[in-house]
Design a binder for this molecule. Structure first.
Ligand code: GTP
Ligand code: MG
Length: 386
């Protein structure tokens, strides 16, 4: 699974990326700081099945504390988009290719209204307008791809076109369903009308790249108004107030031993420089005690509310819930909803999927087939011929 971080310039995308991945992407208060994409691994937090088993797990990546388990997910942070990017403005939209395989997007908006559509200083700028521009530019990117592939498919119908659109995660099922809804027939050679094709691009984008909004810079004055505007303009969206910069500051304070921070509450240590203590106290009062930094929350909401993912725990030894070294629940794998045991095998290793024989539900001891749908929290042993 891959989550893309998108938005107009200078809104805090790379700061959010760093806060999510403990990364070191360049951050600066001017537009187009990011040019090449930043890729990393972030962690979702879920309730681990280890407690229910009466065991202590030993994760290979991330950790598990008090039954709260880290689940890895890939994230990518890209350059800022501007209005007209599809026509070459700003950095253009070529770099969006890095988002092709994204399952969902987080659109970072500056809720404080302190930066305009180009990422330059402003006052009272409407962040909802930025989200509209972002969506429209992504629609045009999809439109470009559809047009190019219409030519390649040479009128051979949905299956050919969908095969060419798999790069942006459009399946034949989605293409058929969305086209039918828009009254577009399989005679794809007759698709000419620009407005209709843009509507198709938009509908496919909504299906394949659902968007959550990070109403960022919540620590700044005016951000509550911006948050209200975003919620009003996008009533059906997941809109989460975030303060990515504050989250980074808290993580850093923890690393330097200046404070205890568990993602929710903060305890400032005695004896740290007064200026730093004041800054941390201010974050505590204006961010943590009000909304939280929202950083981990938005990632979890995208994975579990927007995408309705499940987490599966593959094991080799179903009696001890471990791998062959005795590590208990070594991996936690994020899967799209309705994933089968075979798809879980493929997510672990292509060889395991190729030589799949059957699987076992370690909690019940029941044998399950290739097509068995994995439920959240399942502990599964895959048996292959190799
Ligand atoms: N006050 C405040 N500033 C923030 C927050 N998040 C990011 N910033 C600041 O906003 C500026 C831009 O941050 P970046 O993370 O570089 O923004 P970006 O969207 O990646 O920018 P481009 O790569 O240029 O498109 C920097 O000065 C950050 O420190 C926040 O939550 N609060
Ligand atoms: Mg950036």
């Amino acid at each position: 699974m891959l989550i893309g971080i998108v938005g107009l310039p200078n809104k805090g995308k790379s700061t959010l990326f760093n806060a999510l991945t403990h990364g070191h992407a360049a951050v600066a208060n001017y537009p187009f700081t990011t040019i090449d994409p930043n890729k990393g691994v972030a962690f979702l937090r879920v309730t681990c099945p280890c407690a229910g088993l009466g065991k202590k797990c030993t994760p290979r990546t991330g950790s598990c504390n008090n039954g709260e388990r880290d689940v890895p997910v890939n994230v990518v942070d890209v350059a800022g988009l501007v209005e007209g990017a599809h026509a070459g403005h700003g950095r253009g939209n070529q770099f969006l290719a890095d988002l092709s395989q994204a399952d969902a997007l987080i659109c970072v908006a500056d809720a404080s209204g302190g930066t305009d559509g180009g990422g330059n200083p402003a006052k009272g700028h409407d962040p909802a307008e930025d989200v509209r521009i972002l969506e429209s530019e992504i629609d045009y990117w999809f439109l470009d791809i559809i047009k190019r592939n219409l030519l390649k498919a040479k009128g051979r119908g949905f299956s050919e076109l969908a095969a060419n659109l798999s790069g942006i995660r459009v399946s034949e099922e989605v293409l058929r369903r969305v086209s039918a809804r828009l009254g577009m027939t399989e005679e794809i050679a007759t698709w000419k009308e620009e407005k209709q094709m843009l509507a198709l691009a938009q509908a496919l984008r909504k299906e394949t790249k659902p968007i959550a909004i990070a109403a960022n810079k919540m620590d700044l004055p005016g951000a509550s108004d911006g948050l209200a505007r975003l919620k009003e303009a996008f009533p059906d969206y997941v809109v989460i107030p975030t303060a990515a910069d504050a989250e980074l500051a808290l993580q850093k304070a923890k690393e330097l031993g200046m404070a205890d921070y568990d993602g929710k509450s903060l305890t400032i240590r005695e004896g740290i420089p007064p200026k730093l203590a004041d800054a941390l106290r201010s974050i505590d009062e204006h961010v943590l005690k009000k909304t939280g930094t929202g950083v981990r929350e938005i990632l979890n909401r995208v994975a579990f509310d927007l995408l309705r993912c499940v987490v599966a725990y593959p094991v080799e030894d179903e009696k001890h819930f471990s791998d062959h070294f005795g590590k208990v629940l070594p991996d936690a794998i994020l899967l799209p909803p309705n994933s089968t045991a075979h798809q879980l095998a493929a997510a672990i290793h292509t060889d395991l999927a190729t030589h799949f024989l059957y699987a076992l539900n370690a909690k019940t001891g029941m044998r399950i087939s290739k097509d068995h749908v994995i439920a959240d929290g399942d502990i599964i042993k895959i048996v292959s011929t190799k």
